[in-house]
Design a protein around this ligand. Structure first.
Ligand SMILES: NC(=O)c1ccc[n+]([C@@H]2O[C@H](COP(=O)([O-])OP(=O)(O)OC[C@H]3O[C@@H](n4cnc5c(N)ncnc54)[C@H](OP(=O)(O)O)[C@@H]3O)[C@@H](O)[C@H]2O)c1
Length: 240
């Protein structure tokens, strides 16, 4: 038998767009209280409004996860207004593609600062919540690029391979505290990250939708405490 997830508290980074937003909506439907961290206050206000009809507490906080002090303050705010986390969804991330020699150092480093150090900062602040409860769930959203790199993605792929390694090692460390670390590796999902402003033009029959990933996250959470999916890859059935 699985477990009841209603009433749990989840912190989601990047919960104002794409996969994070769909996950926030899915969690609201499932009765999970939600704390969202992202940068743009307008987008945060919109998701808060969209979730107002659900019987859950929703707290949003504007912070740049690449900055440790901002993450510290944001997590303190979520803790005060929502309670300590049971679930952490390390989802916020950026991608930029380009030939290795052509991508400037600043851009290359920034991708690491958000995707890798952002995840690190969140884990540093939130892991004590889970350790204190001797139970909890962490989802790190890596990418298919974190398993198999592609030309033009040296920074993004390297950052997602780093998330993979961080997750694998952390998983071994914290499972003895009953903390489950799930690493997910989606292939192309129809979000702003991929389609930018042309999101409307994407083909819903062909491409995975953020809601698909959100449903899978919720399904994994409901697994009996004795089991977790340490690593999974999400592929579109027929994107050709
Ligand atoms: N879409 C795909 O095909 C795909 C495939 C594999 C993996 N992924 C991964 O899935 C995750 C979510 O991607 P998505 O496609 O849903 O992207 P998205 O629609 O662009 O959403 C990204 C979210 O992250 C937030 N964010 C970005 N930089 C941030 C920062 N420095 N600090 C705090 N929040 C930040 C954004 O809000 P603000 O801009 O307001 O901060 C937004 O809420 C990423 O880690 C991505 O690498 C995506």
């Amino acid at each position: 038998m699985g477990q009841d997830i209603r009433g749990k508290i989840a912190y989601i980074t990047g919960g104002s767009s794409g996969i994070g937003k769909a996950t926030a909506r899915q969690f609201a439907k499932e009765g999970i209280h939600i704390g969202i961290i992202a940068r743009n206050p307008d987008k945060l206000a919109k998701i808060k409004e969209a979730l107002a009809g659900y019987d859950v507490n929703v707290v949003t906080c504007s912070a740049d996860i690449s900055k440790q002090e901002e993450v510290k303050t944001a997590v303190q705010t979520l803790e005060q207004q929502l309670g300590k986390a049971d679930i952490l969804i390390n989802n916020a991330g950026i991608s930029e593609y380009g030939n290795f020699q052509e991508m400037d150092e600043e851009t290359w480093k920034h991708i690491f600062e958000v995707n890798v150090f952002g995840t690190y900062h969140m884990l540093k602040e939130v892991l004590p919540h889970l350790s204190g409860k001797q139970k909890g769930d962490i989802f790190n959203i890596s990418s298919s690029n974190g398993l198999k790199a592609t030309a033009g993605s040296t920074a993004y792929s390297a950052s997602k391979f780093a998330v993979q390694g961080l997750s694998e090692a952390l998983m071994q460390e914290v499972r003895t505290d009953n903390i489950r670390v799930f690493t997910m590796n989606p292939s192309l999902v129809a979000t702003e990250l991929v389609f930018g402003d042309e999101l409307e033009e994407q083909n819903e029959e062909k491409y995975m939708q953020p809601e698909d990933i959100a449903e899978y996250i919720a399904a994994q959470l409901k697994l009996n405490q004795r089991i977790f999916i340490k690593q999974s890859a999400q592929w579109a059935t027929n994107p050709f």
